[in-house]
Design a binder for this molecule. Structure first.
Ligand code: NAP
Length: 526
């Protein structure tokens, strides 16, 4: 096993078995025939207080390439003790970082953006290897990170508060922004660079220090991102990264009282647990979706089909904004379904690094099994399979683009997030019915309507219960300077743009009385 140079920084006092558990794991993987015999696995470390170190647990876990099921690296199985050490480091670094002028913090973030740009191709390839998405999409994930670091760097020269007149004479009133303190960031695997980047850039520009836990499916992307932040000059202790399970690392971040704010992106169920257990801290939740596209009888059909294919099968359906319901006007249902199926069948499944591939693998075996379960459920519920429905019988977690028709709103396949390339077509008779169907779920993240009628478009914008509505465009395509987030069970947060700054700052109200006398609000006449 080759150890990466990060390991030189070990400083913990506790005695450890130094990688023995990793070797055992590699041997187990060889026995399971999921790692080639000659493979040299790199062991990656935690980042705490400016040093790359091993976990107190002395255990590691593998990250697996979903396109070929080979192990791409070993990662520290962090635990509660590691989180507490990270919190201490973040606490020590807080004063200096929060007092660093925001434009100076912005300069560091700009350097992060520049380094990301320089390493874009390398990072994109690594992301494809670890998470599976096709290379052009991985590039766009890195691009989103570049965009948000650039945007938040500029925010360092704004971070505006408000001024407003006082009700009294010779009194000045305004608001200013203050950092919150130590913030916990917990992220999923489907945008392993962009989602941490949205959170990190906003948290850091506001002057907070960070304890960051990435998904155990994509720890390598997180390690590489943190290395870039360090290279750009983020001081020791300002960012701390702990890999390891949600059940220990995640829970400790959620419940630790020194952590004053938490920004979480992930599933609804985890979000619900966090909402119940975080205690008194500022909590931002970005959760799941069951997004719909409405296709009206006056829609530009080829455009709507382009949007449906991209929304349903892009990123193998593993976007929180993916469309898993297409609500089609009955007058065009047949034409729509025929063309949609032809396009789905043309999509090429394969490794994300191949230029010929349209659709990469699902992230892991459980995701394949989940899709299979929902195919069975859909059939039993009476929906009709138009195409797809099966895993590919090859190595890797590949699943066919799948379309159900004759779906109704009460079916589980129309209600629950499958998070794979499985979409249901639901037929409706009117815009009103389409909007009712669209809103008949507990989620409310993204939505779209295809129509040439401006009245239909504005009615949909007004009535659809979702954080985002697109007109004549797919359910996918957020930009970093606009707010992103959902309503209902899709969460409570808004990230991006100025609302992203709101998530990571406290607003302080300031009154300055220059009357040289005691003035009483609501009692004295100004
Ligand atoms: P997940 O299972 O909820 O996991 C998300 C993160 O939470 C992971 O880092 C996970 O750790 C951690 N975690 C698990 N249990 C925890 C606990 N009790 N306390 C604290 N942390 C815990 O979600 P996922 O499968 O990674 O991501 C897919 C989901 O994310 C989908 O529902 C998708 O819609 C949603 N998503 C939402 C958005 C949005 O912006 N609204 C964006 C992307 C994805 P480990 O997995 O390492 O154990």
């Amino acid at each position: 096993m080759s150890m990466c140079k990060e390991d030189k920084g070990r400083v913990r006092g506790k005695k450890r078995k130094n990688g023995a558990s990793s070797w055992l794991l590699v041997r187990r993987l060889h026995i399971l025939n999921i790692a080639p015999v000659h493979m040299k696995l790199m062991e990656h470390l935690l980042f705490i207080g400016g040093k790359w170190i091993k976990s107190y647990s002395e255990e590691t876990f593998p990250s697996i390439n979903p396109a070929n099921e080979l192990v791409i690296g070993l990662f520290q199985q962090g635990n509660e003790e590691d989180v507490r050490a990270a919190v201490d480091a973040a606490e020590s670094a807080y004063e200096a970082w929060s007092e660093t002028p925001a434009p100076k913090r912005g300069e560091i973030l700009l350097k992060v953006a520049q380094l990301l740009r320089k390493k874009k191709e390398e990072l994109a390839k690594l992301e494809t290897a670890e998470m599976g998405k096709v290379l052009p999409e991985a590039r766009s994930d890195v691009q989103e990170a570049i965009d948000v670091f650039e945007y938040m760097a500029g925010e360092g020269r704004r971070l505006f508060g408000n001024t407003t007149p006082s009700e009294l004479k010779s009194k000045f009133a305004c608001t200013i922004r203050r950092p919150i303190g130590i913030v916990g960031l917990i992220t999923p695997w489907n945008f392993p660079i962009a989602i941490p980047a949205w959170k990190l850039s906003a948290a850091l520009i506001c002057g907070n220090t960070v304890v960051f836990k990435p998904s155990s499916d994509t720890p390598l992307c997180a390690v590489e991102l943190v290395k870039i932040l360090v290279e750009a000059g983020v001081p020791s202790g300002v960012i701390n990264m702990i890999t390891g399970p949600g059940s220990s690392v995640g829970k400790e971040i959620v419940t630790n009282k020194k952590i004053r704010a938490l920004s979480f992106t992930g599933s609804r169920d985890t979000g619900e647990w966090i909402a119940q257990n975080a205690g008194i801290k500022k909590v931002g939740l970005e959760l799941g979706g069951k997004n719909a596209i409405i296709v009206m009888d006056d829609a530009d059909l080829p455009l709507a089909i382009d949007g449906a294919v991209w929304s349903a099968f892009g990123t193998t359906g593993q976007r929180c904004t993916a469309a898993s319901r297409i609500i089609v006007h009955e007058k065009i249902q047949k034409d729509f379904e025929t063309a949609f199926c032809v396009r789905a069948k043309q999509l090429v499944l394969g490794p994300g690094l191949s230029e010929k591939t349209d659709i990469g693998p699902l992230v892991n075996r459980q995701a394949v099994e989940k899709c299979e379960r929902y195919i069975d459920i859909g059939k039993k519920e009476g929906a009709k399979l138009l195409c797809g429905g099966k895993r590919l019988g090859i190595k890797g977690f590949f699943f066919e683009p799948t379309i159900f028709t004759n779906a109704t709103i009460d079916m589980k396949i129309s209600q629950q997030e499958i998070f794979g390339p499985v979409v249901s077509v639901i037929s409706v008779k009117s815009l009103e019915e389409a909007i009712d169907v669209c809103n008949s779920i507990e989620y409310g993240l993204s939505s779209a309507i295809y129509t040439k009628n401006i009245d239909n478009a504005f009615r949909a914008i007004e009535k659809i219960e979702a954080g985002i509505t697109y007109v004549n465009s797919s359910t996918i395509g957020s930009e970093v300077h606009l707010p992103f987030g959902g309503v209902k069970q899709s969460g409570t947060a808004r990230e991006g743009g100025i609302l992203g700054i709101d998530e990571f700052s406290e607003v302080k109200t300031v009154y300055i009385d220059y009357s040289s006398k005691l003035q009483k609000a609501q009692m004295d006449v100004g």
